[in-house]
Design a protein around this ligand. Structure first.
Ligand code: BDR
Ligand code: CA
Length: 314
């Protein structure tokens, strides 16, 4: 099968890093055209640097990495150092300065140019952070929408509570106006929200299985995930942390690991109390046509087997 062409838009972040590693380890399935970075977990100058640190770790210093928007469309940037540490990749033990360049072109222009030179329905966008870059690309060049096969994103919560506010998940509430642009764009959406990502938890046994791979990649991943899980262990009382962003890549590689439902998806951008809530019309009560497949179940053992399998390749 021809590998699916994807652009990964991210804000690394330890879980973004694992997602990038899995994608770069799967060239027979995914053709990563470029990695675009956005402000989110930490400011943009750190997310773009972290993406390059991960590419070097994966042995891919040739991968084009682009910096995008340094702040959300309207709201001030709120970062998540409490989860990811001051660098965004705390615990990884990676060299601070990656031995590969940042591309000159703006991430938004890379997304637009890549889509415009593609066939209709060819490009899959994989946003793993706030949707700012994707929204700006759609606003600047709406003619990219027919070129998009799917926007497969991590963000939101359809059925359960949020993680940044009582009702909202971090990526969506960081830039809810960008989410609105993306949700209303007409591009097919696949959502991996907290409903599903909180079912794939890094238990000690799963971290041991990654550590046992015994490579520098495995050491960096177990280091960063051991740092990253302390926040969720404390907050939720779970044995580990959810690997949110890798769900996007895992679904592209093995869709049978997940279950979802086609629903109409919208986002709250007016109420201060529920700002950034993803509103999924689970029972079709509005009569609005579905614009998204919203995932709600995962085979978590199968998911971690895939994580270990892909990390073992690097
Ligand atoms: C999302 O927010 C970030 O902290 C993670 O990288 C993930 O993309 C989870 O809410
Ligand atoms: Ca992320």
């Amino acid at each position: 099968m021809t590998p699916r062409p994807v652009i990964i838009d991210c804000d690394p972040g330890q879980d973004d890093a694992v997602a990038l590693l899995m994608a770069l380890a799967s060239p027979e399935s995914l053709k990563v055209l470029g990695i675009t970075c956005v402000a989110g977990n930490v400011p943009l100058d750190l997310t773009q640097r972290n993406a390059r640190r991960v590419c070097v770790l994966a042995g891919r210093p040739d991968m084009p990495v682009f910096a995008g928007c340094p702040r959300p469309l309207i709201r001030p940037l709120g970062t998540a150092e409490a989860v990811h540490g001051q660098t965004g990749l705390d615990g990884s033990g990676l060299p601070e300065e990656p031995a590969m360049p940042l591309q000159d072109r703006h991430a938004v222009d890379f997304i637009i140019d890549t889509c415009l030179s593609a066939e209709d329905g060819e490009i899959t966008l994989c946003p793993l952070g706030p949707l700012t870059n994707i929204a700006v690309a759609i606003v600047k060049a709406p003619q990219i929408v027919p070129k998009i096969r799917e926007i497969v994103f991590m963000g939101g919560a359809a059925l359960g509570p949020g993680n940044r506010t009582p009702m909202a998940e971090f990526n969506i509430v960081t830039d809810p106006h960008a989410a609105q642009v993306v949700f209303e764009s007409g591009a097919p959406l696949v959502m991996f929200g907290l409903d599903v990502t909180h079912t794939v938890i890094t238990t000690p046994a799963r971290l041991d299985a990654i550590r046992a791979i015994g490579t520098p990649v495995a050491a960096a991943v177990t280091g960063m995930l051991t740092f990253y899980d302390r926040h969720d262990i404390e907050r939720y009382g779970d044995p580990g942390a959810p690997l949110h962003d890798p769900c996007v890549i895992a679904w592209l590689l093995k869709p049978e690991l997940f279950r979802g439902k086609d629903v109409h998806l919208a986002v709250e951008t007016n109420s201060p109390l529920t700002m950034g809530r993803t509103v999924a019309d689970w029972w079709g009560v509005t009569g609005n046509a579905p614009n998204a497949t919203v995932m709600d179940r995962a085979d978590s053992d199968g998911f971690y087997a895939l994580v270990v399998d892909r990390l073992s390749r690097l």
